[in-house]
Write a protein of this length. Structure first.
Length: 276
């Protein structure tokens, strides 16, 4: 665990594992909304003996500074790049879930030369619709007015599958704890930023690194159809559907998620050797 000052904020992060950070031996995990870096605990455990793993709290979440207002995806991506600069990581595999997946796509748009591989989990590439823009701004207003509790309890069995809530109470408690702990100002700023997000569809055919698209079969926020959209447009991408999982397959079915992620990391390592 550590904290560093960059881009005018304090970023809290985990930097663990046996790797030395040489490409492509670093995995960067980017959490979704309204969570924090602890959502990646299974992956930090699973891959720390294989390579360097970095997971940070995004601006406005967890132990990282809260900046009220609006946080565009570009700001999150530039924060991530600045953290990697500070840690001496030039190139890495980036794995993002939900909003984190959109941050990873934005990172690729800005810094394609720094991306060795991509994992796009339970996310989508299309730009925001007028209706969606209004809904996100309305939700941001509600979070600032009412706090996180009502929202967190109302979406728990959508964030994870209802069966997960029943059968894995410790997982459900972890997800609820992250949502309740999210600062409303940070969550609202992210919602306002995502309301203005660009459409990444035209970029997808230009992605030239090994890519895994993964989704929970029961995800109601970003359903399997969204994952297929990505899979069909990214050359050579692999699609993994995690049966029985909702929007957070890395927590709900970590063994299945990690198996797919391990395959992607193998592909990244093989591509790197080929390109030497």
């Amino acid at each position: 665990m550590g904290a560093v000052e960059l881009n005018g904020i304090t970023v809290a992060y985990d930097d663990t594992g046996e790797g030395d950070g040489k490409e492509p031996g670093t995995l960067v995990l980017v959490h979704g909304h309204p969570f924090d870096r602890t959502m990646w605990e299974p992956q930090l455990r699973a891959f720390g003996d294989r390579l360097r793993v970095v997971a940070a709290d995004l601006r406005g979440y967890g132990g990282t500074s809260v900046v009220p207002g609006r946080t565009p995806l570009e700001v999150f991506a530039r924060d991530t790049a600045a953290l990697l600069d500070r840690l001496g990581v030039r190139r890495a595999t980036l794995c993002g879930l939900s909003m984190g997946g959109q941050i990873v796509l934005e990172f690729h748009r800005l810094f394609p030369e720094r991306v060795a591989g991509l994992v796009l989990a339970d996310t989508f590439a299309q730009g925001e619709t007028p209706r969606g823009r209004q809904e996100r701004n309305d939700r941001a207003d509600a979070l600032l007015r009412e706090g996180m509790s009502g929202y967190a309890h109302s979406v728990l069995d959508s964030m994870i599958a209802p069966a997960t809530v029943r059968e894995q109470p410790e997982t459900a408690a972890h997800v609820l704890r992250m949502m309740l702990g999210a600062p409303p100002e940070g969550a609202a700023a992210a919602l306002r930023g995502r309301a203005e997000r660009p459409d990444y569809t035209a970029m997808l055919p230009r992605i030239a690194v090994p890519t895994l698209v993964v989704v929970g079969s029961e995800d109601v926020f970003t359903p399997v159809a969204d994952a297929r959209f990505l899979h069909e447009r990214i050359p050579g991408a692999t699609l993994a559907v995690v049966e029985g999982a909702g929007h957070m397959p890395n927590l709900e079915r970590p063994a299945e998620f990690d198996r797919a992620l391990a395959g992607l990391l193998d592909a990244v390592a093989a591509a790197d050797v080929t390109n030497l």
